[in-house]
Design a protein around this ligand. Structure first.
Ligand SMILES: [Zn+2]
Length: 124
């Protein structure tokens, strides 16, 4: 089995994890997560979820500007992939990001994109 060295920048290591050799299963799971993020509508939904503890589908549709069926389809896929969590309260379903790692990943992706779009240099 191939292993991959994971290098963490100084100060960026999450308290809950030690530096480690990534297993093939971990790399495969990370690739699947990136595939879920590699869609404009899904990324907009995730960015909306990164800005609030949780949101229902109607709120997400208005924020992102997509139809209810389309949002529901993407949210179901994100839920199956473990990227978002869902909580039912009566007839409403509230969605949230699955945890702090996904919240930071989505935010950092946008910060990186801001450097790319604005042409300003990246930094540690
Ligand atoms: Zn920056």
């Amino acid at each position: 089995m191939a292993t991959y060295a994971v290098m963490y920048a100084r100060g960026s290591l999450s308290n809950a994890h030690e530096a480690q050799q990534a297993t093939r299963a971990q790399v495969d799971a990370a690739v699947e997560a990136f595939k879920l993020l590699a869609d404009g509508t899904r990324l907009r939904l995730l960015l909306a979820l990164a800005q609030a503890p949780e949101r229902d589908v109607t709120d997400l549709c208005e924020t992102v500007g997509v139809s209810h069926p389309l949002a529901s389809q993407h949210l179901a896929r994100l839920r199956r992939g473990g990227v978002v969590a869902a909580r039912r309260d009566g007839r409403q379903v509230f969605y949230s990001l699955s945890g702090g790692h996904m919240r930071r990943l989505v935010s950092e992706a946008l910060f990186h994109a801001d450097h790319t779009v604005s042409g300003t240099g990246d930094h540690d």
